[in-house]
Design a protein around this ligand. Structure first.
Ligand code: HEC
Ligand code: HEC
Ligand code: HEC
Ligand code: HEC
Ligand code: HEC
Length: 251
């Protein structure tokens, strides 16, 4: 939605019948074509130019639950696609459904106020106790409310992006999203009012977006990625030409 105003500009360009190449776009030298260099493998860490979602507006993005990729993907070693199972199948990889969380958190760390929040969404009311059916499975109440995760990545609607094509080509999540498994470092805080003095995790840094998601970022990789030679052999140049054609990303 961000660039809706520019849609007529883009549409105008696409009406030109000849294939529009990157070289032509570069020649135009128009600031509307951000072809600046973006590293294919962004580095994680302070002062590496990473963009925190929301930071551009000076406001840190607040997530509804203190979820940590570091805990789940590094400490527990859960596979990215266990939670983001749509990535290899569809355009969107999507945030995980509550069911994925409840699979573990119907049993795990029940004393944590943050895990209680998952249960509250599952029941659709605060301070609830999850009911179980005769097989011991948690009953999803009729007024369950999906967890309102804030979007970290969001391309303008006029850009066509497809996760499954990239995953099928053999790309790793980290090539575009950076070291997600290191994000969500936490500190331990005492659980308020807990008689046993137990602690829970407070996430110090929410999930951040590492890539610019600008056109130049996509194009740099489409020009250089080694998988293209590997997957297409003699047809690699043809494939590269296809991958920089305007129509590939703007239908
Ligand atoms: C080629 C680069 C690339 C690779 C590889 C990639 N992603 Fe993404 N991902 C993106 C882009 C670009 C977006 C933004 C899409 C949008 O806004 O439409 C995105 C969005 C997402 C989102 C937000 C929800 C959505 O689908 O829009 C999740 C979750 C996600 N990616 C997870 C993953 C996981 C997990 C993997 C590995 C299995 C992965 N991505 C691999 C580029 C990539
Ligand atoms: C495969 C099992 C598994 C899945 C799936 C899972 N978690 Fe966890 N989660 C854990 C374990 C284990 C811990 C660490 C528990 C401990 O320290 O005792 C944890 C910790 C947490 C914590 C920190 C609790 C605290 O206070 O220290 C939160 C919050 C959390 N998970 C949220 C989620 C959410 C949200 C989802 C779904 C997107 C999810 N988890 C999916 C196993 C899982
Ligand atoms: C236990 C479940 C779980 C695992 C495992 C997991 N994620 Fe996530 N992921 C989530 C949840 C929940 C969110 C939404 C909250 C947030 O943004 O922190 C999310 C958000 C994301 C997003 C941003 C989505 C957006 O809004 O644009 C990306 C990208 C992503 N994950 C990639 C990965 C990658 C890469 C891995 C493997 C290293 C991974 N995830 C492993 C649960 C998980
Ligand atoms: C890290 C490298 C990398 C980045 C970054 C990247 N791509 Fe790709 N993309 C590829 C590769 C490699 C392929 C070819 C996969 C194959 O065919 O094996 C591809 C394929 C595609 C395709 C499928 C074309 C088709 O017709 O089959 C689309 C669409 C696409 N990319 C859009 C984008 C967009 C939009 C962005 C930026 C938001 C982007 N890509 C960023 C590497 C990347
Ligand atoms: C690999 C994918 C890809 C290809 C190929 C591609 N674009 Fe883009 N284009 C994008 C992305 C992603 C954006 C969004 C950039 C942003 O939000 O900064 C974009 C934005 C634009 C915009 C809006 C500019 C702005 O700043 O809002 C125009 C116009 C445009 N592209 C034209 C073209 C033309 C002409 C071509 C062919 C020379 C082309 N694109 C090829 C991915 C691509």
């Amino acid at each position: 939605m961000r660039h809706l105003v520019l849609l007529p500009v883009a549409a105008g360009i696409f009406l030109i019948p000849t294939a529009c190449t990157v070289a032509e776009a570069e020649k135009m030298g128009d600031p509307k074509f951000p072809l600046d260099y973006h590293p294919v493998l962004p580095q994680y860490g302070p002062n590496t130019g990473q963009i925190a979602a929301g930071r551009a507006t000076g406001k840190a993005l607040e997530q509804p639950i203190q979820f940590s990729h570091f805990v789940h993907a590094s400490e527990l070693g859960i596979d990215c696609q266990y939670c983001h199972s749509e990535a290899r199948r569809s355009i969107h990889s999507g945030v995980p459904p509550m069911q994925a969380c409840m699979g573990c958190h119907q049993y795990v760390k029940l004393e944590s106020p943050e895990v209680q929040k998952i249960h509250d969404h599952w029941c659709g009311q605060p301070k609830c106790t999850v009911r179980k059916d005769e097989f011991g499975q948690p009953i999803r109440e009729a007024n369950a409310k999906p967890i309102p995760w804030q979007k970290v990545h969001d391309l303008p609607d006029y850009v066509h992006f497809n996760h499954s094509r990239h995953i099928a080509g053999g790309l790793n999540c980290t090539e575009c999203h950076g070291q997600v498994q290191l994000q969500g470092q936490y500190r331990l805080e005492p659980i308020p009012g807990d008689a046993e003095g137990r602690k829970y995790r407070v996430v110090d840094e929410v999930m951040i977006r590492e890539a610019t998601l600008q056109m130049g970022w996509c194009l740099d990789c489409h020009r250089n990625h080694p998988s293209i030679d590997k997957n297409y052999g003699e047809a690699a140049d043809l494939r590269r030409a296809e991958l920089k054609d305007c129509w590939t990303c703007h239908k």
